[in-house]
Design a protein around this ligand. Structure first.
Ligand code: HEC
Ligand code: HEC
Length: 371
């Protein structure tokens, strides 16, 4: 049989890059410390898809949306006849036509909602200005982002299952054609115009460049961390001097108002120590702590700590369910090691906590403490 050229090299390279990036973005979602990588790959997937949409409106045989088969009747027939002798399609069959459009829509949806979560919850990236109290309890955005991402993954699995089934049942050569570009058929071969070739080079070239640029410039607008360090000494000298003398200076946003009030009204008996102050100084610090307590903060950890406390009268950060959950995987012996001494010694692992920063990327368990 004769062979026809069906998939251009740009389509195929795009496909391979997409497979790798989507795989990576899902794996990286599990590692908080690599959040900026997750974001950089997410942006790249978004860009790749935008180009793919434009490509679909160009007159590229088999790849243009006009050559897709969206006929529902054909789709039904295709699915019902999967196990028997089904009609052969040179370009996209009805199932893959729908799958591709669904993947583009869900993929772009995941990217947009990801940008929103990154901005509202983490105070990072291009939407970091949305890290305001209005959106701080927006677990909702995260749920929507996960819904998009998981649906995207589900369609990918269906797509892969379909391709494998087609191979087993009909010894289809779809996989080979996505690598080599050719299919056994006497259909018209694809031929790209000069402009389409230039577009293809720009598509792949700028996407790779964009990704490398994001990685090499962590402070660029799209993924930058907009959480700025707080100079507590300047903001409240008395708080800084008094509350840093015995331990880490805990940022006020790590406890709710009522915890600070309860703690400050009982400084004589402060975790077994006497930390008492003159009444006016005490009130002065208490006021500052309450003003900046978890309820009034847009930090992700503030919101999560607050949400985890169920009207218990907790006054230690390390006693909050959220803190316990986030540190449950750390071996007890690390906390009691000579270098750290106590769980309350946050700054041993969170280097910038005394500047009010608790970002995932700054977490570091000292090597020596690991024994
Ligand atoms: C005289 C020493 C001393 C001073 C001054 C002091 N503390 Fe403490 N603080 C302690 C001790 C001791 C603990 C218990 C640490 C532990 O459990 O490992 C503690 C624990 C805490 C905790 C709980 C940490 C945890 O385990 O989550 C908070 C919050 C806290 N202090 C806030 C303050 C604030 C706010 C001030 C300033 C008004 C202050 N402390 C001043 C000695 C002090
Ligand atoms: C022995 C090192 C260590 C100490 C001490 C420690 N942490 Fe952590 N902390 C970690 C690690 C590791 C993680 C990340 C766990 C994970 O990946 O889920 C973490 C996570 C967190 C998070 C979640 C970060 C986020 O983005 O929401 C918060 C908040 C936090 N720690 C606060 C504290 C506070 C407050 C203290 C002191 C009272 C403290 N930690 C003491 C190691 C430590």
């Amino acid at each position: 049989m004769i062979k026809s050229y069906i998939w251009s090299s740009f389509t195929r390279v795009f496909h391979i890059i997409l497979v790798i990036s989507v795989g990576l973005v899902f794996i990286l979602a599990e590692f908080d410390k690599l959040l900026s990588w997750h974001a950089a790959i997410g942006f790249t997937i978004g860009l790749l898809f935008v180009y793919r949409i434009l490509w679909g409106f160009m007159d590229v045989k088999y790849s243009k949306f006009k050559d897709f088969n969206f006929n529902l009747h054909d789709l039904q027939e295709y699915i019902f006849n999967v196990f028997t002798d089904k009609k052969k399609y040179v370009g996209h069959n009805p199932a893959s036509s729908w799958a591709i459009v669904a993947m583009i829509a869900l993929g772009l949806g995941s990217v947009f909602t990801g940008i929103v979560v990154y901005g509202t919850q983490e105070g990072m990236g291009i939407l970091s200005f949305l890290n305001i109290s209005l959106f701080k309890d927006m677990d909702f955005f995260e749920d929507v982002h996960e819904l998009f991402a998981n649906s995207f993954m589900a369609v990918i699995f269906i797509h892969i299952a379909g391709v494998l089934l087609d191979r087993v049942l009909h010894s289809s050569k779809a996989i080979e054609s996505m690598i080599g570009g050719y299919k056994e058929s006497d259909a018209t071969s694809l031929k790209l115009t000069f402009f389409q070739r230039v577009f293809g080079v720009v598509w792949i070239g700028t996407s790779i460049f964009f990704f490398l640029y994001l990685l090499a410039n962590p402070s660029n607008l799209l993924i930058a961390d907009a959480n700025t360090p707080v100079d507590y000494k300047k903001e409240h000298t008395l708080f800084f001097n008094e509350c840093k003398s015995c331990h880490t200076l805990y940022p006020p946003y790590l406890l709710p108002k009522q915890s600070w009030v309860k703690m400050m009204d009982n400084l004589e008996n402060h975790f077994g120590d006497d930390a008492s102050l003159e009444a006016s100084d005490k009130e002065f610090i208490k006021y500052y702590l309450v003003q900046n307590a978890a309820e009034n903060s847009t930090k992700e950890s503030a919101f999560k700590i607050l949400k985890s406390i169920k009207d218990e009268e907790i006054i230690a950060i390390t006693k909050t369910p959220y803190w316990k959950r986030r540190h449950s995987e750390i071996d007890k012996s690390i906390f009691t090691s000579k270098e750290i001494a106590a769980a309350s010694n946050c700054k041993a692992c969170h280097q910038n906590i005394e500047q009010g920063l608790l970002n995932d990327k700054d977490i570091k368990i000292p090597e020596i403490a690991k024994g």
